[in-house]
Write a protein that binds this ligand. Structure first.
Ligand SMILES: *Cc1c(COP(=O)(O)O)cnc(C)c1O
Length: 361
C-alpha cells in the first residue's frame, strides 16, 4: 500500500476563485500565476482548470514547455525572462512572452537575429528592489526595445509590490506614484497588482492583474484566511491514523521528549511528516481535524509521522482520516503556528504525497 498522505485538489474551487478574481479585476485581464507547480497544486492540472485565464505566469521557460506540451494555448509569461541568450530562440519556439528586467537581457535581444517578434513585459523597479529597471532608465530602455526588429512593439509595463498585503502602508502608495510618473508618456498596457494589490489597492488595476494566491484560496493578509476574503481553499491535505494508544500521565511524546502528557490520555499517530512536506516547525498545539473534530499535534513532527492529542476525539481509531489543512481547517492557521505563510506550505508538498483531483462541483 502507498502511504496515506493525500492532497485533494478541488478544481471547482480553482474555477470559482478565478471568477471572483475577475470580478475584483473589474475588466482588467487576468494573468493566473502558476509558478512553483501552481503553488504546489500541480502546474498542468491548474492550467487546465483555469483555461479561461487571459495568460499564465510561470517562473521558468521549462514550465512554459510543460504547459505547451499539455496543449495549453493561452498566452504564457515567463516572469523572470531569459536567463541566457539561447533562451530567446526557446521563447520564440514555444510562443512565450518574456519579462525583461535587466540590461543584460536587452543586450541579448539587441544581438539576437531571430525575426519572429517576441512579446515583452518591461519590469520597472518602483521600490521592491528585487528585479526591474530603475525609473530613470525606463524611457530609454523602452524606446530601445521597441526599435528592435525581433520585438513586438506592444510592450506591457509592469511593476511588483513589496508590501501590498499591508493595506495602510505608504510604500505601496509610493510605488504606484512612481509607476504612474514613469509610464505617463509611454504607450502600452499597465500591470501592477498581485493578489493583495487586487484586494487592497483599487488604484493599482491597470489593464492586467497578476493573481496567484487568491486563485488557490490562499491569503497573505495577516489575520485573514482565504475564506474570510471570499475565496475557497483549492487543496485539502489529509492522511490516516495508523496508531492510537493510551499514554500515561507524566510520560513524554516524540523525539527530544518535548511534550508531556498532563493525564492518562489517547495519543494518535498519523502517517505524515516533514518528509511529505508537513512543516517540521509546527509546534505542539498546531491544529488538525480528526473525524471533523479539532485536535492538536503534540511533540516534534517526525519525518514520516505526527502525534496527536486525541482527548477531543476519544473514539478515533486506526484508519480514521486526519485533515492537516483545507476545507475543514484553514491553511493560514497552520502556517501561523509554523511561523510561515500559507504559500510556503502548499508549495512544499513532496513527491511522496498522492495528488487526486476533485471535480465534483
Ligand atoms: C508571484 C507573483 C505574482 C502573484 O503574487 P500573489 O501574491 O500570489 O498574487 C504576481 N506577480 C509577480 C511578478 C510574481 O512573482
Amino acid at each position: 500500500m502507498s502511504r496515506a498522505a493525500l492532497a485533494m485538489i478541488h478544481l471547482g474551487a480553482l474555477r470559482r476563485n478565478l471568477a471572483r478574481v475577475r470580478e475584483l479585476a473589474q475588466g482588467a485581464k487576468v494573468m493566473a500565476v502558476v509558478k512553483a507547480d501552481g503553488y504546489g497544486h500541480g502546474l498542468e492540472r491548474v492550467a487546465r482548470a483555469l483555461r479561461d485565464a487571459d495568460a499564465f505566469g510561470v517562473a521558468a521557460i521549462g514550465d512554459g514547455l510543460r504547459l505547451r506540451a499539455a496543449g495549453i494555448t493561452n498566452r504564457i509569461v515567463v516572469l523572470s525572462g531569459p536567463d541566457e541568450p539561447a533562451d530567446l530562440a526557446e521563447l520564440r519556439r514555444l510562443d512565450l512572452d518574456a519579462v525583461i528586467h535587466h540590461q543584460s537581457q536587452v543586450d541579448w535581444l539587441a544581438a539576437d537575429r531571430g525575426t519572429r517578434p517576441l512579446r515583452l513585459w518591461l519590469k520597472i523597479d518602483t521600490g521592491m528592489h528585487r528585479l526591474g529597471f530603475a525609473p530613470e532608465r525606463v524611457a530609454e530602455v523602452h524606446a530601445r526595445l521597441r526599435a528592435l526588429a525581433g520585438v513586438d512593439p506592444d510592450i506591457v509595463l509592469m511593476t511588483h509590490f513589496a508590501a501590498s498585503d499591508e493595506f495602510d502602508r505608504d510604500l505601496t502608495t509610493q510605488q504606484i506614484a512612481r509607476f504612474d510618473a514613469v509610464t505617463a508618456d509611454l504607450p502600452g498596457a499597465h500591470a501592477l497588482a498581485n493578489s493583495a494589490g487586487l484586494l487592497g489597492w483599487p488604484r493599482a488595476r491597470g489593464q492586467w492583474v497578476r493573481a496567484g494566491g487568491l486563485l488557490y484560496g490562499l491569503s497573505v493578509v495577516a489575520g485573514k484566511t482565504g475564506s474570510d476574503l471570499g475565496f475557497e481553499p483549492a487543496m485539502t491535505l489529509s492522511t490516516k491514523l495508523i496508531s492510537v494508544n493510551c499514554i500515561k500521565r507524566g510520560e513524554h511524546v516524540g523525539y527530544a521528549a518535548t511534550w508531556q502528557c498532563p493525564e492518562d490520555m489517547p495519543v494518535g499517530v498519523a502517517a505524515i511528516g516533514y518528509g511529505d512536506g508537513y512543516p517540521r516547525s509546527a509546534p505542539s498545539g498546531t491544529p488538525v481535524m480528526v473525524n471533523g473534530v479539532r485536535a492538536a499535534i503534540v511533540g516534534r513532527v517526525s519525518m514520516d509521522l505526527i502525534a496527536i492529542d486525541l482527548r477531543a476525539a476519544p473514539d478515533a481509531k486506526v484508519g480514521d482520516r486526519v485533515v492537516l489543512w483545507g476545507r475543514e481547517l484553514p491553511v493560514e492557521e497552520v502556517a501561523m503556528h509554523a511561523a510561515t505563510i500559507s504559500y510556503d506550505l502548499t508549495c512544499g508538498m513532496t513527491k511522496r504525497v498522492l495528488f487526486v483531483e476533485d471535480d465534483s462541483e
